[in-house]
Design a protein around this ligand. Structure first.
Ligand SMILES: *[C@@H]1O[C@H](CO)[C@@H](O)[C@H](O)[C@H]1NC(C)=O
Ligand SMILES: *[C@@H]1O[C@H](CO)[C@@H](O)[C@H](O)[C@H]1NC(C)=O
Length: 424
């Protein structure tokens, strides 16, 4: 009798769930989000916004083509009179069918039982809205069936994260998609004899060198994957660069130096071992400008020497605004056409932000049109600025929140679905 009753209630539940799903599907195809309504009522031409598709499993970027469009031949200011940085972004956004090529590695698959893409970010102190924004951008863009973000917390006294309003709404994604982990330097460095004698060396260097410069190499030496700085937002699916059979960082603006804000290394690889061993001989100096001398033992280093070791990706792929800011290239028109890192925080339209529309308002800022084509956006330390609703970051934040709450789809038109709610 008890058994019968259980079966009976079970099938009722199945019918109910099916009805809810049918309703949900109809709803999601017919419901127009209020935000789009507002756009339609605006008195201006409606620009069609092309939806993005996820890359196919096992497809990676062709570096020859990426460089052709995204690595300027010269870094002198005159050259930028004829070279458009936005052309690189347009290429990345519109020509995937040309530059994404099948990886020779047949094992790359995205499924819940595959080895996930492993990302690391390091954060010192309490979790605030900025680091939460970074985690949200990860959830919004990455394929959640095969991505994991480790958030390494240092000097963080929070013992109950559910009391922190910035991270609380995200806890349902942990531990499946991201993990809050404690950074403990003794535990990390005692783990491998390569760091023998670290206690003495580290005291000699810390004030001059960013601590996080060390952290990223220590984490990747042990776990492998991709390190991302906390002041970076994910803008698109990282698989086409993550799965390249190539370790990389990106170019420090127009200098022949690495920026390690994005750093892809395999655990215990020859390159990461080489960097760590050399840094141990140089007072644990992991400063990005030092890295090239560890990798190439020459007086005069050219880019090809570096690419043969740790590939130096074009700046614009991960840091689309940097060249414009650093070289003060006011003639470069970008999408969005902002001029400085602080502009992403501004609650009002900046001068010439929409060059074709003199009466532009912030309602024209669309979460789908923030440096389309770039893989990430690095905002360079604007930690003191606050995120206002109508700023670019405010608009992105609202988009992320709506996705996380199941109210609107992400950039790939995917909803947080029932499948995810079940496993959380
Ligand atoms: C990458 O693009 C270059 C230039 O078009 C081409 O010669 C090369 O074969 C491509 N590589 C792959 C793996 O498709
Ligand atoms: C850090 O790790 C060391 C060595 O594993 C351990 O003795 C110490 O208690 C840890 N510290 C904290 C704060 O957990």
């Amino acid at each position: 009798m008890a058994l019968f009753f259980r079966d009976h209630s079970c099938s009722a539940a199945v019918i109910l769930i099916t009805l809810v799903q049918i309703f949900y599907i109809i709803y999601s195809y017919t419901f127009i989000p209020p935000e789009e309504f507002v756009d339609v009522k605006e008195i201006r031409p409606i620009r069609p916004i092309v939806l993005k598709h996820r890359p196919l499993d096992g497809y990676v970027v062709n570096l020859t083509l990426i460089n052709k469009y995204c690595e300027p031949e010269l870094y002198d200011v005159d050259y930028f009179d004829t070279y458009n940085i936005q052309d690189c972004l347009d290429y990345l956004d519109e020509r995937e069918s040309e530059y994404l090529v099948k990886s020779p590695d047949p094992k790359i698959k995205c499924s819940p039982d595959s080895v996930p893409m492993l990302f690391h970010v390091y954060w010192r102190g309490r979790i605030n809205d900025k680091i939460a924004l970074m985690i949200k951008s990860f959830l919004y863009t990455q394929p959640l069936d095969c991505s994991l973000l480790n958030v390494w917390l240092d000097q963080n006294q929070e013992d109950d994260f559910s009391k922190n309003p910035h991270i609380q709404p995200l806890l349902k994604f942990s531990p499946q998609n991201f993990r809050l982990r404690r950074w403990n330097i003794s535990e990390q460095l005692n783990y491998d004899p390569i760091y023998d004698g670290w206690e003495e060396k580290i005291n000699q260097q810390i004030p001059t060198v960013g601590y996080s410069d060390l952290v990223r190499f220590v984490l990747l030496y042990r776990y492998g994957g991709m390190y991302i700085d906390a002041d970076v937002l994910f803008l698109r699916d990282m698989r086409p660069v993550y799965h390249l059979n190539q370790e990389f960082a990106y170019r420090w603006s127009f200098w022949l130096n690495y920026n390690t804000a994005i750093l892809r290394l395999n655990a215990k690889s020859t390159i990461v071992r080489n960097v760590v061993e050399n840094a141990m001989q140089h007072k644990m100096n992991f400063h990005p400008f030092q890295i090239k001398y560890y990798l190439v033992k020459k007086q005069i280093v050219v880019k090809q020497d570096l690419d043969d070791q740790l590939y130096m990706m074009p700046t614009t792929l991960f840091d689309p605004l940097w060249l414009k800011v650093d070289l003060q290239l006011s003639n470069q028109v970008m999408k969005p056409n902002i001029n400085g890192f602080h502009d992403a925080y501004k609650p009002t339209v900046v001068n010439e932000e929409f060059p074709d529309d003199k009466r532009a308002t912030t309602s024209m800022r669309n979460k789908k049109e923030f440096f389309r084509g770039a893989f990430t956006y690095h905002w360079h330390n604007q930690w003191e600025s606050s995120i206002t609703d109508s700023s670019w970051f405010g608009i992105l934040q609202r988009g992320y929140d709506e996705f996380i709450n199941g109210q609107s789809p992400n950039m790939y038109n995917e909803y947080i679905n029932e499948f995810h709610e079940e496993i959380f």
